[in-house]
Design a protein around this ligand. Structure first.
Ligand SMILES: NC(=O)c1ccc[n+]([C@@H]2O[C@H](COP(=O)([O-])OP(=O)(O)OC[C@H]3O[C@@H](n4cnc5c(N)ncnc54)[C@H](O)[C@@H]3O)[C@@H](O)[C@H]2O)c1
Length: 187
């Protein structure tokens, strides 16, 4: 794989780009944000960190979607996050417009990317992205369960000091419930 674009250079997007850069698994990571200079500056910091931390990923950034041309994977984190008292569903109308416009811009420069949506509310944004993209449903994904699963496991460990394997088969919302999976030993 040679190129991953991350759209949204805020807390989630910049962290994602930084982790990808350090993983050294792609030639290029592109960080795009409506605040182009902020994305450009963060990308520059990540690229210049490479000799110190020992990776060779080229990181670039800005607000010009031409930079994203021919991406293998696009991660969409653009949007507004929840403020205190808000549910993820309160973000629908604002973030849907953002996710749809980001999707349209991406497709101007990359014909058949894999898109991973992170913006909330996750299930709705993933659907909006898929509808706007016209891509196969095998190319558009939503990333969510990892976060709550990690939190749940961390709190479980704190309480019990017993490791648990947990999966989350339900939708991504305030009503989500963790699903505990106990190991079964067959004879
Ligand atoms: N799925 C998950 O597990 C998960 C976890 C955490 C956060 N989120 C969601 O991810 C999103 C981002 O959260 P955050 O904390 O990084 O927010 P943030 O405010 O730090 O960053 C969002 C970025 O999106 C940019 N942006 C807004 N409109 C844009 C557009 N049209 N084009 C390009 N960039 C645009 C903003 O300038 C900002 O830099 C939120 O919707 C949040 O709820 C999802």
């Amino acid at each position: 794989m040679s190129k991953i674009t991350v759209v949204g250079a805020g807390k989630v997007g910049a962290t994602c780009a930084n982790v990808l850069a350090h993983a050294d698994i792609v030639n290029e990571v592109v960080l795009i944000d409506i605040q182009g200079n902020m994305a450009k500056g963060k990308a520059l910091d990540m690229w210049q960190q490479a000799p110190v931390d020992g990776y060779s990923t080229r990181v670039t950034g800005g607000d010009d979607y031409a930079l994203t041309a021919n991406s293998d994977i696009v991660v969409i984190t653009a949007g507004i996050p929840r403020k205190p008292g808000m549910s993820r569903d309160d973000l629908i109308s604002t973030n849907a417009k953002i996710v749809v416009s980001v999707t349209q811009n991406i497709l101007k420069y990359t014909k058949n990317p894999i898109i991973i949506v992170v913006s909330n509310p996750l299930d709705v944004m993933t659907y909006a992205c898929w509808k706007a993209s016209g891509l196969s449903d095998k190319r558009v994904f939503g990333m969510a369960g990892v976060l709550d699963t990690a939190r749940y496991r961390a709190f479980s460990l704190k309480r019990s000091s017993v490791s648990q394997k947990i999966s989350r088969p339900c939708s991504w919302a305030d009503t989500a419930i963790p699903w505990c999976r106990c190991p079964v030993h067959h004879r």
